[in-house]
Design a protein around this ligand. Sequence first.
Ligand SMILES: C[S@@+](CC[C@H](N)C(=O)[O-])C[C@H]1O[C@@H](n2cnc3c(N)ncnc32)[C@H](O)[C@@H]1O
Length: 296
Amino acid sequence: MNAQAYRPLTVAQTLARGIVGLAKAGDSPRSDALQLLAFVLGRERSWIVAHGETFLSKPQAEKFAGLCDVRAGGMPLAYILGTVGFYGREFTVNEKVLVPRPETEHLVDEALAHVKARVNPSLPKQFVTVLDVGVGSGAIACTIAAENANVFVEGTDTSSAAIKVAQHNARRLNVIGRCRFHYGSLASPVGDRQYDVVVANLPYVPSADVPRPPESAGFEPREALDGGPDGLAAYRQFLPGAPGLLKPGGMLLLEAAPPVFDELAVLVGRAFPRLDFEVCEDYAGLARYVKLVTPE
Ligand SMILES: C[S@@+](CC[C@H](N)C(=O)[O-])C[C@H]1O[C@@H](n2cnc3c(N)ncnc32)[C@H](O)[C@@H]1O
């Protein structure tokens, strides 16, 4: 008798094995295993929970085990599934773009509040304009366009692969008609155009601290993370030109992380010497973004 013969396992047994296998790999083994099993079986997570007694076929069991191994090796779940949730919508992602982070939703909230205040009800066809510098997957740009039909968004990126993903997401969310994505550095592709809102989530990790596999972030593109020796090379290059990008009463939002905020504040102060700006916190109470509004 063949000792290697496949012994069918149920959904519940397979899920339990997956959770054990992923326990060392991350802080959400149950959720990860559930999402991977749902992905393999082409079902909703609720179906998995409700059909614990159903048996898996051998190819299904093997595919699930293989994906658990990949995840256990550190690969972000979003890259395995090819999709991630952001601001209540699904975005396509691949290894060429940063996986959008929940913290970035704060930036979107701020941008949307400003957009709403700038919509002129007596001129409904006049778009409020937004520029997203370092657009990546398009999570910020496409969300803003999807949340407010009076917005026209432009985005730039030095990664042509990222531009393709952003365009794909704009099509997926049915906002491609109000989005333009340009290949190029910082704001150079948009010339002297001015915007109601400018957002940037540029690389801000000091080169020496850029994570490596098997750390999850080590699988993300280096150009999305590496901010040079002190983490601020991209912002240092971007900020001197930032005042020229904003219309009167325009808002600037810059995302970064606590270790670089002191120096980022110096750079912002230098670019906007007569303006007050705020350093705003995320839900965890950590400094997360800079916000300023130019005078009307
Ligand atoms: C931290 S990721 C942010 C992606 C996306 N905006 C988000 O929040 O998920 C930074 C992005 O900036 C892009 N980038 C890096 N340097 C750039 C530059 N000089 N000009 C434009 N984009 C740049 C990277 O390719 C990457 O897509």
